[in-house]
Write a protein that binds this ligand. Structure first.
Ligand code: ACO
Length: 370
């Protein structure tokens, strides 16, 4: 008997405040035209001050559980992918576990940056296949806005906040994760990094979260296309499935041009690639599950559909999963949980983020990023 991880439900939570390209262009030397042409992004979400990754994750988790007709006490395992945890420890997953009323099983974080959700899906899938758990909740959640340097046009236009989750259930049917490929170009890890978060900066006068984002966009672009298209080919070949048999590609979305290049190289038609980067930008680990939830809502996922989910992220991690969807494409129940209303306009939120970083009390005293 082969056990597989069937997707029993999913749910997303996106902060209500939106920042458009035009609003950013009012503050930075950029334009809606440049951002759309180079990235495909039109707007992104920003969480309210005080909201944490665990808050976004909890709302997404509650919605996913409702859609599966379950609650926290039905879960055996919780894996949360994030690069922006509430704390380095305890794990953000532990807080979500407690708040969900989950009483048994493990809860821990996985960190593979933008590829985190797909890596977390592998961890949960393996646990279900081995019989270590019968049910699992996999969450991708990111709160990037407080760490963002909103005065740097190179990065400020690219990212957004969000969260989404899927519930997995062990099944003997030929459904769920059929094949996976995970990899990492560790030699290229330095071409994408955020300075100011991590032990490398401890005791060097750097305040945690006063960050500097550094990346070599064109090199990341090349590796992303190579890693994602290679992982797609690898998984499809192992399953003896042709690209034309894939019903929908639900990829990590960092740049529309990357998606077009991956599709071309992996012989996947763009009409079958789900794209929502225009609404959210890159939400790191939240991107793939949010896209999956929206593809379902838009009825782009049919019963029995074959899905391909490629991703890449810092590390540089790359991956692809092939998932056979089950028979149910509508939620069993819905949940309307919301965070308290956010009265602050998005531009005010980012202005306050910048002010907090540049206050004399918050500024790093030396040149800590050398
Ligand atoms: N608005 C206007 N001009 C800008 C902006 C902006 N927001 N950002 C950069 N530019 C300028 C640059 O300064 C440069 O000007 P110059 O020619 O006078 O020197 C010019 O635009 C071209 O810059 P490039 O970096 O060559 O632009 P590119 O076409 O490579 O696009 C981008 C940059 C969108 C980041 C792209 O390289 C990319 O998507 N890379 C892969 C994804 C990525 O790196 N994402 C961020 C890391 S997170 C992750 O994806 C896992």
């Amino acid at each position: 008997m082969i056990l597989r991880s069937q997707v029993a439900g999913c749910g997303a939570y996106l902060p209500e405040r939106v920042i458009t390209n035009r609003e950013l262009a009012g503050r930075l030397d950029t334009s809606d035209e440049w951002i759309r042409q180079r990235t495909g992004i039109g707007e992104r979400r920003v969480a309210a001050p005080g909201e944490l990754t665990s808050d976004l994750a909890l709302r997404a988790a509650e919605r996913a559980l409702a859609s599966a007709g379950m609650n926290g006490s039905d879960l055996d395992l919780l894996v949360l992918a994030t690069a922006t945890p509430d704390n380095t420890f305890p794990a953000t997953a532990a807080k979500v576990q407690a708040r969900l009323g989950m009483v048994r099983g493990a809860a821990f974080d996985v960190q593979a940056v933008c590829a985190g959700f797909i890596f977390a899906l592998s961890v949960a899938d393996n646990a279900l296949r081995l019989g270590q758990a019968r049910t699992a909740l996999v969450i991708g959640a990111e709160l990037i806005s407080p760490f963002m340097d909103w005065s740097d046009r190179d990065v400020a236009v690219l990212f957004g906040d969000g969260a989404a989750a899927v519930v997995l259930e062990a099944s003997e049917r030929e459904e769920g994760v059929l094949a996976e490929k995970l990899g990492c170009y560790g030699d290229a890890r330095e071409i994408l990094r955020v300075q100011g978060m991590g032990g490398r900066y401890a005791n060097r006068g750097v305040l945690y979260g006063i960050t500097r984002w550094q990346f070599e966009g064109q090199e990341i672009f090349k590796r992303a296309v190579q890693g994602m298209s290679g992982a797609c080919e690898d998984t499809l070949t192992r399953l003896n499935v042709k690209p034309q048999d894939v019903d929908l590609v639900v990829p990590h979305q960092a740049n529309l041009r990357i998606l077009e290049a991956v599709a071309k190289r992996a012989h996947l038609p763009m009409e079958r690639v789900y794209v929502n980067i225009q609404r959210y930008g890159n939400m790191s680990a939240a991107t793939v599950p949010v896209a999956l939830c929206e593809a379902l809502e838009e009825q782009r996922v049919r019963p029995g559909a074959l899905l391909l989910m490629p991703g890449f992220g810092g590390g540089l991690s790359y991956c692809a999963h092939v998932v056979r969807w089950g028979s149910r494409t509508t939620p069993l129940k819905s949940s309307a949980v919301e965070l308290p209303p956010n009265e602050r306009p998005a531009l005010q939120i980012i202005r306050e983020c910048l002010e907090r970083k540049t206050r004399p009390s918050a500024a790093a005293p030396t040149t800590p990023f050398a």
